[in-house]
Design a binder for this molecule. Structure first.
Ligand SMILES: *Cc1c(COP(=O)(O)O)cnc(C)c1O
Length: 368
């Protein structure tokens, strides 16, 4: 079986983990956390990094820290992971959806302005699968209407928009370090910001809103979303291979494209746009031969030992959100097309070139 994702842990991960055990620092106290926060925020040109237990938690307190609450609206893509909608809904606000662009698979930014109302407080942008959202129009709208930007950069470690790092565009920007991401800590996440007050708020929210002056006296309610020193130890080791990992992701993507570019019936990821070169967080394909569909094709690949994942199931089709009375009569055709016909191939950093050859050979056989 060629797994859809296998992480690479071949640097100082083991050494730093042993250090955690030898020193007894295994909780959310310990030197690796600060180091990981500092090193990661440096990579993304941000003032503050606040490490948490996963990317979903990061989104939740990012929304909370901006003061988004009941009665507010936040604009976001329909085509993304549930964590995005979930974070907004849990704050009491309503996610307002836009469709995706069929070429870049990212949010169609030309649809945002028509969704802005007096209740809109923020735009949540999500960089999808390796290309970035077209940020300039989004930043212009945020300025014009005085909206906050929440940047979900969980799939865009090391990616840049017009030369500026992803993770540097939001009032709050969020990363995940799940094992399928470019940098992993097993489970983990981080929120980045340049704002002193927001950073302070985030630290408080992740740590039960303990007050500094009186232990066990609380002015507000928070969560325990702390990252452990053990997770951060892995993260620090992973960051040492930042450039290598980025280069390898691009190599994997380029080799897939090279091997698949003449294959009929599929749309490949764009190699670049006017504002970014694809970093191929995952190598997605979209079936253009509509006599096939993603589900069946993935099943045939699985029978041949190739692991795949479907594309996201759009938010406007989610049963849980319908039950809340949301989106029942809304349609976003590109997101639906992407779900029905899109999936991604093995894309992890441990993937070998031989495996990529095998995947593409089998895929081509199946698509005939
Ligand atoms: C992975 C991912 C998340 C969630 O991160 P977890 O660490 O798995 O909670 C959020 N947003 C996007 C776009 C992701 O790809």
């Amino acid at each position: 079986m060629i797994p859809v994702n296998e992480p690479l842990l071949n640097g100082n991960e083991k050494k730093y983990l042993i250090e955690c055990i030898d020193t007894g620092w295994i909780s959310s106290e310990g030197p690796f956390i600060k180091k990981f926060e500092e090193n990661f925020s440096l990579k993304t040109n941000r003032k503050y990094g606040v490490a948490v237990c996963n990317g979903t938690a990061a989104l939740e307190i990012a929304v909370e820290a901006l003061g988004i609450t009941k009665g507010d609206e936040v604009i976001m893509p329909s085509f993304t992971i549930i964590s995005c909608a979930s974070a907004i809904i849990k704050s009491g606000a309503i996610p307002v959806l836009v469709d995706s662009d069929l070429n870049t698979w990212n949010m169609d930014v030309s649809q945002i302005e028509s969704k802005i109302t007096a209740k809109t407080k923020a735009i949540m942008i999500v960089h999808i699968y390796g290309l970035t959202v077209d940020m300039d129009p989004v930043l212009a709208l945020a300025k014009k209407y005085n909206l906050k930007i929440i940047e979900d950069s969980a799939e865009a470690h090391g990616q840049t928009y017009k030369g500026k790092p992803c993770g540097s565009f939001g009032d709050v920007s969020v990363f995940s370090f799940y094992p399928n991401k470019l940098i992993t800590t097993g489970e983990g996440g981080m929120i980045l910001t340049d704002d002193d007050t927001i950073a302070e708020k985030l630290r408080s929210l992740r740590n039960l809103c303990f007050t500094a002056h009186k232990r066990f006296v609380h002015e507000e309610l928070g969560w325990n979303m702390r990252m452990t020193n053990v997770q951060a130890a892995i993260g620090v080791a992973q960051l040492e291979r930042w450039d290598e990992s980025i280069a390898r992701k691009r190599e994997i993507g380029k080799l897939y494209t090279e091997l698949l570019k003449d294959t009929k019936g599929i749309q490949l990821p764009l190699e670049k746009t006017d504002y970014c070169d694809n970093i191929y967080w995952v190598y997605g394909i979209l079936l253009t031969d509509k006599s096939k569909n993603a589900e069946h094709t993935m099943k045939l690949l699985a029978e041949k030992g190739i692991g795949t994942r479907p594309f996201f199931y759009p938010m406007h089709l989610q049963p849980v959100l319908h039950k809340m009375g949301l989106y029942k009569s809304e349609t976003y055709p590109n997101s639906e097309n992407m779900y029905n016909y899109g999936f991604y191939l093995p894309s992890g950093l441990a993937l070998t070139n031989e495996q990529i050859h095998e995947v593409t050979t089998i895929l081509k056989e199946i698509l005939i």
